[in-house]
Design a binder for this molecule. Structure first.
Ligand code: C2E
Ligand code: MG
Ligand code: MG
Ligand code: MG
Length: 283
């Protein structure tokens, strides 16, 4: 009986895997074509100072809209871009696009504005990553101090020594580093202390929990405290309602990002948004 179950299980597994791989290959080709045909673009989500309610920066987020108008989520296509290696080119393009946008925002008078850019671990590990970063900065004229790279906590967990060395080199370019989706991994305090990072981004899951049970805010609270102890800035992501913003503010979280304040938007929309709503303070 055990044997037939095993076989049945095996059959099911390999068949679904075949479908899975075929789908991945299909998407890999579609993504490459989409990139070549300019179906990919970058949107920007404002980041807010919770005390003044003023925008202080934005996060660049990649979008893929197919010719029939459908959006494909980066949570689906980024892994495919990583798997196929396209992320190297794609990531460089995002980096340069976001840096150019930062320069445009500065020219429009938003001189204290920062730009956060997500970096995949595949990109990060690429031997030419540092060169790519330096070139993006110098070609676009983006001031490094206003550029932030977001790496995920899970990425920070692998190969600690390599990461520590890489971060030290990256920091020499002048850019800042944030740990994205913080709280979902298991970084120890002593390890975090060894990393040259500037910011922790509280994962949306913990922001959502804040208004739930009595203990719901404990992880967010811990991250805010951790940031304070380590001298790191903390930003909460996925803030969707006013109560969450209030609680975060009360807990001493200085920065936030989320649909409550603004959705990710095109560069043109961001310029307009900064010109209007932002001057009056948001939410
Ligand atoms: P992330 O970096 O953690 O980005 C935050 C995600 O939360 C974004 O989803 C954003 O649109 C969404 N979000 C922001 N505020 C709210 C809110 O109030 N409520 C809800 N429900 N969601 C909110 P998005 O744009 O779909 O991106 C998903 C993930 O894909 C990103 O997570 C990031 O890991 C990855 N990604 C996006 N763009 C890039 C990129 O250019 N390069 C790389 N390597 N990864 C990217
Ligand atoms: Mg991010
Ligand atoms: Mg995140
Ligand atoms: Mg995420």
């Amino acid at each position: 009986r055990a044997k037939s179950q095993q076989r049945a299980g095996h059959f099911y597994f390999s068949r679904s895997m075949g479908v899975e791989i075929r789908e991945r290959v299909r998407m890999m080709h579609a993504l490459r074509t989409a990139f070549g045909q300019n179906q990919l673009f970058v949107v920007y989500q404002p980041q807010i100072d919770l005390f003044s309610r003023r925008p202080v920066g934005a996060e660049a987020l990649l979008r893929w809209q197919t010719p029939d108008g459908k959006f494909i989520s980066p949570d689906r296509f980024i892994p495919i871009a990583e798997y196929s290696g396209l992320i190297i080119e794609l990531g460089e393009w995002v980096m340069r696009t976001a840096c150019r946008e930062l320069v445009a925002l500065r020219a429009a008078g938003h001189e204290d504005f920062t730009m956060s850019i997500n970096v995949s671990q595949v990109q990060f590990r690429h031997p030419h990553f540092l060169d790519m970063l330096r070139r993006a900065l110098s070609d676009t004229g983006a001031p490094p101090e206003y550029v932030e790279l977001e790496i995920t906590e899970s990425m920070a967990m692998e190969e600690p020594d390599l990461l520590i060395k890489m971060l030290a080199q990256i920091k020499q370019t002048g850019v800042t580093i944030a740990i994205d989706d913080f709280g979902t991994g298991f970084s120890s305090l002593s390890y975090l202390q060894r990393l040259q990072i500037d910011r922790l981004k509280i994962d949306r899951a913990f922001v959502t929990e804040i208004t739930g049970s009595a203990r719901g805010s404990s992880i967010a609270e811990m991250v805010i405290q951790l940031g304070r102890n380590l001298g790191l800035a903390v930003i909460a992501e996925g803030v969707e309602d006013e109560r969450q913003a209030q609680i975060l503010h009360t807990l001493g979280c200085p920065l936030a990002q989320g649909f409550l304040f603004a959705r990710p938007m095109t560069n043109q929309a961001l310029l307009g948004w900064l010109g209007n709503d932002a001057l009056a303070g948001v939410a």
